[in-house]
Write a protein that binds this ligand. Sequence first.
Ligand code: SF4
Ligand code: SF4
Length: 106
Amino acid sequence: MTGPNKVETKAARGNILIDSAECKGCGLCVESCPPECLELLPELNAYGVHPAQYSGEGCTGCGICFYCCPEPGAITVYRLTPPSKPLTRPDGQSSTVLGESHAAAL
Ligand code: SF4
Ligand code: SF4
């Protein structure tokens, strides 16, 4: 079916976890996320900053938030289909496999 009323739904390709205890609230991930699915919480964390959180929809698993985050361990990115080869940051850090239905990609 095509036409102006067609509603397309795309299956989720990624998911992320943000450790609010590690987040410094810089907002770099929020500004860099292409589908704009991150936001800063109104509540303060233990550092007295507004931590980032995932809205729960729209993540593509691109990993941009992971690469721009200055706090190691604050963001873990998951992809529904694991990459063909391991991806590591310039500092050599990578995350461990946590999910049952999909693996941590970055
Ligand atoms: S992995 Fe990409 S799409 Fe998902 S939250 Fe991070 S920047 Fe946004
Ligand atoms: S880039 Fe990292 S430290 Fe900055 S707001 Fe996002 S999760 Fe927090």
